[in-house]
Design a protein around this ligand. Structure first.
Ligand code: GH3
Ligand code: MG
Ligand code: MG
Length: 365
């Protein structure tokens, strides 16, 4: 189908003549008989190209062209100026204000067609270039997202965590804020892989990641630190408040059992917690190291618990289910809804589970 053209010309005789010529060439033509009508139709009839008379009684063609080129909706429509004026200054003015071409009346049908064809070709090339740029930009965004996201859980990856940690640590030092870090490691996760398979293990990791991020505020950052380890950064959070968050995470992770082809299992986690007050150096990694030391103690202490880092003076222990801990006073999101039943892990039909062997820590509630 040929292009849809808008002809803006206030002379009835000229307009009819050009319209007939355009229709002979197979174009669809909409006509406007004044500059104002032309401006309206340019927006409402979405023409592929505008043919614009320069001398008109209401607004001259230069002003119409300038307006078309200033407006985002009409900016990309090619404009060919039509005039009996042939002075160089007029041609230059038309081109300067953004007209794409200039055609002196009278003109032959072939010349008209050649100019229209050339202008449409340029427009098509521009559109293609813009679309390609957009595609490239979209690709760039998804590459960036991929580079900072963990493919399995959708959480941020360790690299992204490191970047945020550096920034938050610097901000905290500069403004003397608080910043806390939690390191979580699932307990006896190897047992899940060994008994139910790697794919079932992956589903557990995904679900645990969902439970972790569902237990945090928007400003907190949860990332997958490594295999079955997660890290949470809590900006503007003192160690005391971080402990409340850690206890909440501990409960939310183990709250809902997992159902592996009929076998129910509670997955528990150990959590180490440290705050910026634990770190004397200017090295952000030391905050994670402190949390890691506390995590190590949590594992040694029997797992399924939170341990707060307490430097050289010995580690303070906080047993997992501590009924004495008050409800959080911070604006944390509501904890994830009460489980409707165990989380079902989808497993291949008819899979035979080995006879139960390795024990998994039960929650100490
Ligand atoms: P602990 O309580 O001491 O942490 O015991 P654990 O079994 O959790 O720790 P260990 O370090 O012995 O084993 C971690 C297991 O996590 C081994 C590894 O195969 C598994 N793992 C790591 N990454 C993935 C993963 O992406 N998917 C699955 N399914 N398993 C993973
Ligand atoms: Mg581990
Ligand atoms: Mg583990």
């Amino acid at each position: 189908m040929k292009a849809n053209l808008l002809l803006i010309d206030d002379s009835e005789a000229q307009s009819n003549q050009i319209r007939l010529a355009l229709e002979r060439l197979g174009y669809q033509v909409t006509t406007a008989r004044s500059g104002v009508e032309g401006l309206q139709l340019a927006r409402t009839s979405s023409p592929d190209l505008v043919l614009l008379d320069v001398v008109m009684h209401d607004i001259d063609g230069f002003a119409v062209c300038r307006w078309l080129k200033m407006n985002a909706e009409t900016r990309d429509i090619p404009v060919i100026m039509l005039t009996v004026r042939t002075a160089l200054a007029d041609r230059v003015e038309g081109l300067n204000i953004g007209a794409d071409d200039y055609l002196s009346k009278p003109f032959a049908d072939q010349e008209l067609e050649a100019r229209i064809f050339a202008a449409l070709r340029v427009k098509a090339a521009h559109t293609e270039l813009r679309d390609r740029n957009q595609q490239l930009e979209t690709m760039l965004h998804s590459v960036e997202a991929l580079a900072s996201t963990d493919a399995l859980t959708g959480l941020y990856n360790r690299r992204r965590f490191s970047d945020v940690l550096k920034r938050e640590f610097a901000v905290t030092r500069r403004y003397k804020n608080t910043l806390s870090c939690l390191l979580l490691d699932l307990d006896h996760f190897k047992h899940i892989n060994d008994r139910y398979g790697h794919d079932a293990g992956d589903q557990v990791l995904k679900e645990v990641a969902r439970r972790i991020s569902g237990s945090l505020r928007e400003v907190d950052l949860a990332a997958r630190y490594g295999g079955e380890e997660f890290v949470v950064l809590l900006p503007h959070t003192s160690k005391g408040d971080a402990r409340i968050v850690a206890e909440r995470l501990l409960k939310n992770v183990r709250k809902q059992e997992f159902n592996f082809n009929g076998e129910l299992l509670t997955v528990t986690t150990s959590i180490g917690c440290a705050g910026n007050s634990d770190v004397a150096s200017s090295n952000p990694d030391d905050l994670v190291k402190a949390a890691d030391i506390a995590l190590y103690e949590a594992k040694n202490g029997g797992r399924n618990r939170v341990v707060m880092y307490s430097g050289g003076t010995g580690l303070e222990r906080s047993v997992g289910a501590m009924p004495s801990i008050p409800a959080p006073g911070l604006p944390f999101p509501a904890s994830i809804p009460a489980p409707a039943g165990p989380f079902t892990v989808s497993m291949p039909a008819g899979i035979k589970l080995p006879v139960a062997g390795a024990a998994v820590d039960e929650p100490s509630e």
